[in-house]
Design a protein around this ligand. Structure first.
Ligand code: AMP
Length: 304
């Protein structure tokens, strides 16, 4: 753990059931905040806000603290933990959601512990826009960099709230389909630029195994994905990308376009590890050297 600035994530902690060509696994540790936290923690101290039910295995919570993740913001509510069931087929780029049981996540009202309210780097994972706004309202000091994610459901059902979130954040990270749905632009370059018109200074569009684009008023950047030859389970790739990205920025302590590009490399590296196993197994056992060496390999790809 470095002495870098802390990162706050507010999102889901889940028990996932996942089917991929490599098998079916039940009740795996998942959720957007989980993948984000596991991916960010090698770079910066992480503070996690989420909710689980009484059935959430204690070992998962112990593992968070062993990794140095501050989970004082993980509420244990009466009821069952959020459950998501998904399947991947073919090129495994798109998850088919088979079942979502919101359980305690359905009534979740995030409450930030007092000392989380001055965290300089904030990630609002996919959630009801009202929850994302409530987190921003609870901040006592203006964060250096706030980034949000969302999903098609909120784009369709809660567009006004989502637009307000987008007016208030510094950055947004979406996948290609979400970017198209949000902006109505089929072409991803046009979609990326249109996202900037909604408020954020920076928009990142992820394209799964095809990499990611960065859009800002001043610059454009395209980064390939790290080539992984054994994708076991893509669940959490997007949130791990966001975790690597925000962790990397927090370690740098400031956000410049050059730092953002390097942070996208770290996001790409963490996503590549996330997909190499079910759940957070691979992320949980990573050494610093492995992270650095993939980062350097990508830098090599980029220099002719
Ligand atoms: P990703 O593959 O990065 O998009 O993230 C997948 C993770 O998001 C899984 O571990 C799920 O538990 C979680 N997830 C799926 N649907 C939802 C939802 N409606 N709200 C919050 N988290 C979700």
């Amino acid at each position: 753990m470095s002495s870098s600035h802390p990162v706050l994530v507010v999102g889901s902690v889940a028990l996932d059931t996942v089917e991929t060509p490599f098998g079916r696994r039940e009740e795996l540790l998942g959720g957007s905040a989980t993948f984000f936290a596991y991916a960010a923690t090698p770079f910066a101290p992480v503070r996690l806000v989420s909710v689980v039910g009484r059935d959430f295995p204690a070992e998962h919570e112990e593992r968070l603290s062993q990794l140095g993740i501050d989970a004082r913001g993980l509420e244990r509510a009466d009821g069952e933990t959020f459950r998501w069931t998904g399947r991947y087929e073919g090129d495994m780029n798109v998850a088919e959601t088979l079942d979502t049981k919101l359980n305690v996540l359905g009534t979740f009202d995030p409450k930030l512990p007092a000392d989380y309210r001055t965290t300089p780097f904030v990630f609002l994972a996919n959630a009801h826009p009202a929850n994302q706004l409530s987190v921003m309202d609870q901040m006592e000091t203006r964060p250096a960099f706030t980034v949000c994610d969302t999903m098609n459901y909120w784009i369709e059902q809660e567009l006004d709230g989502l637009r307000e979130v987008l007016r208030r954040v510094d950055g947004v990270v979406l996948n290609d389909e979400e970017a198209r749905r949000l902006t109505g632009e089929r072409n991803l370059i046009r979609a990326g630029r249109a996202m900037l018109d909604l408020g954020p200074k920076v928009a990142i569009v992820k394209k799964g195994e095809h990499g990611a684009f960065l859009f800002s008023m001043l610059d454009f950047f395209a980064l390939p994905a790290y080539p992984v030859d054994s994708v076991i389970d893509p669940t959490g790739a997007g949130d791990s990308f966001a975790g690597g990205l925000m962790g990397s920025l927090a370690r740098a302590g400031r956000v410049t376009l050059a730092r953002l590009k390097r942070a996208m490399i770290d996001g790409t590296v963490m996503a590549s590890f996330a997909v190499e196993s079910f759940s957070v197994e691979r992320l949980a056992s990573l050494g610093e050297g492995e992270i650095r060496s993939r980062h350097e390999e990508i830098v090599q790809f980029l220099s002719l």
